[in-house]
Design a protein around this ligand. Structure first.
Ligand SMILES: *[C@@H]1O[C@H](CO)[C@@H](O)[C@H](O)[C@H]1NC(C)=O
Ligand SMILES: *[C@@H]1O[C@H](CO)[C@@H](O)[C@H](O)[C@H]1NC(C)=O
Ligand SMILES: *[C@@H]1O[C@H](CO)[C@@H](O)[C@H](O)[C@H]1NC(C)=O
Ligand SMILES: *[C@@H]1O[C@H](CO)[C@@H](O)[C@H](O)[C@H]1NC(C)=O
Ligand SMILES: *[C@@H]1O[C@H](CO)[C@@H](O)[C@H](O)[C@H]1NC(C)=O
Ligand SMILES: [Ca+2]
Length: 525
């Protein structure tokens, strides 16, 4: 119980009961109903949920075992790091463990035996969730703080990185930057990236162990030295561009660039006293839930907001299905003291709702009705509740889904018009079939549309050894003609097929044969 109280006290200025309720059941003139407020989870120790990676992998000491000494005892190099012995190993997890009183456990790097090659190490902390810092990041170094290091942050789970703060015993020499202190920053420069010399100078490794990223000092610019005026801070977080994002991270990376030197130059004859050793990294913050949740839970290895206000997603960054009549908005700290919940709302036909397909309505005087205008996503209708001509309703999508209307996609040649029924079937021309009218019925062939077969292998067989060419015509052997090669060229009384008699054509026979030629010509057309 005592422990619990101490923890609450520690976080007190940042909790203060503000924004910790998402809703309450209240009695109004219209009867009891829910009232909604902007809300956020409590600040907690974020190191309990972090994944850590140290690069390069061979930077951790103990493989092979190595001796080291300290700046205080530079000639007593009897301490040993041995990864294979649990009592002498210094793995990364010791930066996040619970320590017994007075017994520091720490991650340790190899010594600087490769001097003058730089001794570089990256310590990357990942949450796989955006979190908002509410207190200083404190990194505790045993055996001296680095003389050069850098803190970076990511807002997109490690895809891109940005500098957060530079640390050096000489900022100009290390980074070409003027040294600054956070306490010198003003309201307009609170989110400036600075280089500080405050945490890199030698003051004895026992005396000064911590390197800070000052969140409180930045808050104090707005909320006063004791963070009493949190209202002013919350107002600024809403109104100052980029300020909220400044305190938001998904990952942090410490780039250790040069170890503690004991206040003097590097002594090449004893490189066993140069290394990094981190015993603790304190990160206090809360899940970013866009002011739509007051609880954040650790499920299946990742943090997840318990979204209210009919929002959903890991950060409550979307409206739930069927609650998309307005576009999603984050809650706001303003107006004080309860903020604005900006809840997601279900369509309500009493008002003009457009299922999220339009943001504009218009009053039509002579019909005395309000209607949505410029419906998007191929919708139409008073509430954008129908599909435009040439589209049909997607049965697996809700009315407020962007994919609610599907293109009919009717074949231009095979269909009567680009329109379809509720299951996407188009109206086909004669002989055409298929949902999109791109297929022929049996006994029709496709050639820019469907045409009845001239010949086939079943009923309309080519005769006299003729062969059917793509159902379009019979290829007749010499001596036969006709659509199905059913006619012998030597047919008829006059036996005009053997060439010899063709010279003695009677006028009547000539007339007949030219008529037959013409008929064939017409048919071929
Ligand atoms: C540390 O990370 C930075 C990118 O943030 C990368 O450029 C650098 O090479 C890394 N250093 C090591 C030692 O892995
Ligand atoms: C990160 O979080 C998301 C959403 O909760 C989850 O689907 C994903 O598996 C997590 N990734 C890792 C690497 O934990
Ligand atoms: C969310 O939707 C439910 C109905 O499913 C409703 O009872 C509740 O009041 C809604 N909450 C908010 C904040 O609009
Ligand atoms: C129908 O809607 C669902 C849900 O949005 C979507 O996944 C699917 O792709 C849509 N179907 C088509 C053909 O667009
Ligand atoms: C659409 O047309 C097809 C083919 O005519 C038919 O099978 C289907 O039942 C029709 N769907 C509806 C919803 O009318
Ligand atoms: Ca520790």
């Amino acid at each position: 119980m005592l422990h619990h109280a101490a923890f609450l006290l520690h976080c007190l200025p940042l909790v203060m009961g503000q924004y910790d309720l998402c809703k309450s059941w209240v009695t109004t003139d219209d009867g009891p109903m829910w009232e909604f407020y902007a809300c956020q989870p409590k600040a907690v120790q974020m190191k309990d949920y972090v994944t850590v990676k140290v690069d390069p992998s061979e930077i951790t000491c103990g493989n092979p075992p190595e001796r080291f000494c300290t700046h205080e005892n530079p000639y007593m190099c009897s301490d040993e790091c041995d990864a294979s012995n649990p009592d002498l190993a210094h793995p990364p997890k010791l930066m996040f463990d619970k320590e017994e009183e007075g017994l520091a456990t720490y991650w340790q790097s190899v010594t600087w035996s490769r001097y003058p090659e730089p001794l570089l190490a990256n310590i990357t902390l990942s949450w796989n969730k955006s979190i908002e810092l509410t207190d200083d990041i404190v990194v505790t170094f045993e055996y001296g703080r680095p003389t050069v290091m850098m803190l970076e942050k990511s807002l997109d789970n490690g895809r891109t990185w940005h500098p957060y703060q530079y640390y050096a015993d000489d900022c100009m020499e290390a980074f070409g930057m003027q040294a600054r202190r956070v306490r010198e920053l003003s309201a307009t420069s609170a989110n400036r990236i600075i280089c500080t010399e405050e945490y890199s100078r030698w003051a004895g490794s026992k005396k000064e162990k911590n390197v800070r990223f000052e969140v409180r000092d930045r808050f104090a610019i707005f909320a006063g030295p004791d963070l009493r005026n949190m209202d002013n801070l919350y107002t600024r977080l809403e109104s100052a561009k980029g300020l909220k994002e400044f305190f938001t991270v998904t990952d942090l990376r410490m780039r250790l660039l040069r170890p503690a030197l004991g206040g003097t130059y590097v002594q090449r004859e004893n490189l066993y006293k140069y290394f990094y050793a981190v015993s603790n990294i304190e990160v206090i913050g809360r899940c970013k839930c866009n002011l739509h949740a007051n609880l954040c839970t650790f499920k299946e290895g990742s943090l997840q907001c318990e979204c209210e206000h009919n929002t959903t997603g890991q950060d409550c960054g979307r409206c739930k299905k069927n609650f998309r009549s307005k576009s999603w908005r984050a809650g706001s700290y303003l107006p004080l003291p309860n903020g604005s919940p900006n809840v997601c709302a279900a369509p309500n036909f009493g008002n003009c709702e457009c299922y999220g397909h339009s943001t504009r309505c218009s009053f039509i005087d002579f019909l005395n009705l309000v209607t949505c205008i410029s419906c998007k996503h191929n919708t139409r209708g008073q509430h954008c509740q129908h599909c435009r001509l040439g589209y049909y309703r997607n049965s697996s999508a809700e009315l407020d889904d962007e994919n609610v209307c599907i293109d009919c996609n009717c074949n231009r040649i095979g269909s009567v018009a680009n329109r379809c029924n509720d299951t996407g079937y188009c109206d086909c021309k004669e002989g055409v079939t298929g949902p999109k009218c791109d297929d022929c019925l049996p006994s029709y062939y496709w050639r820019q549309g469907c045409f009845p077969n001239v010949c086939d292998d079943e009923l309309l067989l080519c005769q006299n050894g003729g062969t059917c060419y793509e159902n379009q015509r019979c290829l007749c052997p010499p001596g036969f003609k006709g659509v199905l090669c059913e006619q012998s060229k030597c047919d008829g009384e006059h036996k005009d097929c053997d060439g010899a008699s063709s010279t003695s054509l009677s006028p009547a026979a000539f007339l007949l044969s030219s008529l037959a030629l013409q008929l064939r010509h017409w048919r071929d057309l």
